[in-house]
Design a protein around this ligand. Structure first.
Ligand code: NAD
Length: 431
């Protein structure tokens, strides 16, 4: 039987429970897409399983002379459409299964936005806030040298994710370049502009999230100007999303971070809040808002909810209390399959992560293309090309969902999985 031949019944993977992990959620979403496409068990297993995984020990000599040991991962989920692409996460909670899930979502995201990459993700079990910059540099360089055999500008190209930034990317680029003996800007994206980074990369994910939020509000008949929003997470994605939404006329009334949340019914002054966060490291304590419980932020009476922090925050236990008619996933994997069913039953529109937060990988692709050509685009060009791709994907997903009576997540996943499967079919199995 060929790879794509339909099997009588799709492979059934365990159903997500309230305690389901991100990997359970990712597999459950794939399973649903395979059910629509009717692919064989063999192809399903192939798409559910990472192509290559590496686990490495990352020892750190601390500034005080003691040694700490961390674990590092790099998972390449799929390489059928091009080099692997995906962020690097620094978090004490990173696990191999989480990285596997994030790598799978990257495969679907790249396929959906039609950028010529497979999906990957990396992680190191470190809390970056507990370590000095020289310590983070040593950890990054050691991790990079351990995974060196499987990364490269034509193999696997890391980028920033939670807990990492353009500084981290500069260290990876330098470590890789020193090891191969010449400068290789294409080994990472999300680099500082002075090292070959792209204009607009740092804010690209948030710009895309905002474009999807505006499109989704309009789709629901809600005027963005004057609509209200809550944003969970005030890091690279959440912060700029709150600023861009405010610029678009949306009243951002609540934001949160891992320490707590703040609320102001009249709308938050994002500029002053940013200054407060820069000074104190957290949103709570801001004098232009009242503190509220972090979980309560998700249940605020707003038109738009943007989860932009971690996975699994919208689940069976709280989904029925979430009232926002539009949910736009800035984070990867914030909504469990059980919560998806509740939102669908309640008529809430969820713009899935693989579409909503794809702006980052689109401009990462632009950065890689510019680097390969040694020809740089200006900020306006990048923004224009980003908006074009995001809105084209939005229309494609919305039309596909309407034609087949699917949720936006199901439509996006089916479109993406079909493209990856087609690449497998055309390439065939070796040997
Ligand atoms: P970041 O490290 O810059 O910021 C993370 C933010 O989330 C911080 O404000 C942190 O305090 C907050 N946070 C952590 N745990 C929380 C919790 N339990 N409740 C509330 N807030 C919490 O990370 P980032 O780059 O902004 O990434 C955020 C999410 O967006 C992740 O899911 C990431 O995978 C996804 N994402 C990031 C990019 C990118 O370009 N950076 C692209 C696509 C998707």
């Amino acid at each position: 039987m060929s790879l794509l031949e339909a099997a009588p019944a799709p492979l059934v993977l365990p159903h997500a429970t309230p305690l389901a992990t991100p990997l359970d959620d990712a597999r459950s979403q794939l399973s649903a897409a395979i059910g629509v496409l009717g692919y064989s068990d063999g192809l399903h297993s192939l798409l559910a399983t990472p192509r290559r995984e590496m686990t490495v020990a990352v020892p750190l000599r601390r500034d005080d002379g003691t040694t700490r040991l961390f674990t590092g991962y790099r998972v390449q989920h799929n390489l059928s459409r091009g080099p692997a692409k995906g962020g690097l996460r620094y978090s004490p909670n990173v696990t191999l299964d989480e990285v596997r899930a994030l790598a799978m979502w990257m495969t679907w995201k790249c396929a959906l936005l039609d950028v010529p990459y497979g999906g990957a993700k990396g992680g190191v079990t470190i809390d970056p806030r507990q370590f000095s910059q020289p310590e983070l540099e040593r950890v990054t360089r050691r991790y990079t040298s351990e995974i060196l055999p499987i990364i490269g500008p034509e193999k696997d190209i890391p980028a920033p994710d939670m807990g990492t930034d353009e500084r981290t990317m500069a260290w990876i680029m330098d470590t890789y370049s020193v090891n191969v003996g010449y400068t290789v800007p294409g080994i990472v994206t999300g680099k500082p502009i002075s090292l070959g980074g792209s204009h607009g990369r740092a804010s690209a994910t948030s710009r895309g999230v905002t474009q999807m939020a505006i499109a989704a509000l309009k789709h629901r008949g809600i005027r963005p100007e004057g609509a209200t929003a809550a944003v969970q997470g005030f890091g690279k994605v959440g912060h700029d999303a709150a600023v861009f939404l405010t610029d678009a006329g949306v009243r951002v009334v609540g934001v949160s971070d891992q320490y707590g949340a703040v609320y102001n019914a009249a709308g938050l002054d994002c500029e002053r809040l940013s200054a407060h966060v820069a000074a104190t490291g957290r949103v709570v304590g801001f004098d232009g808002a009242e503190p509220i419980d972090g979980d309560a932020l998700l249940e605020l009476d707003v038109d738009l909810l943007v989860p932009a922090a971690v996975e699994g925050v919208l689940h069976e236990g709280n989904a029925s209390r979430v009232t926002a008619p539009v949910i736009v996933e800035g984070a990867n994997g914030p909504t469990s399959p059980a919560a998806d069913l509740i939102f669908a039953a309640n008529g809430q529109l969820v713009v899935p992560d693989i579409l909503a937060n794809a702006g980052g990988v689109i401009v990462s692709y632009f950065e890689w293309v510019q680097g390969n050509q040694a020809y740089w685009w200006n900020a306006a060009e990048v923004e224009h090309k980003l908006a074009e791709r995001m809105l084209a994907a939005w229309h494609q997903v919305v039309d596909y969902a309407a034609a087949r009576d699917l949720s936006l997540r199901a439509a996006a996943t089916v479109l993406a999985v079909e493209r990856v499967a087609e690449a497998h079919l055309l390439r065939g199995l070796y040997p």
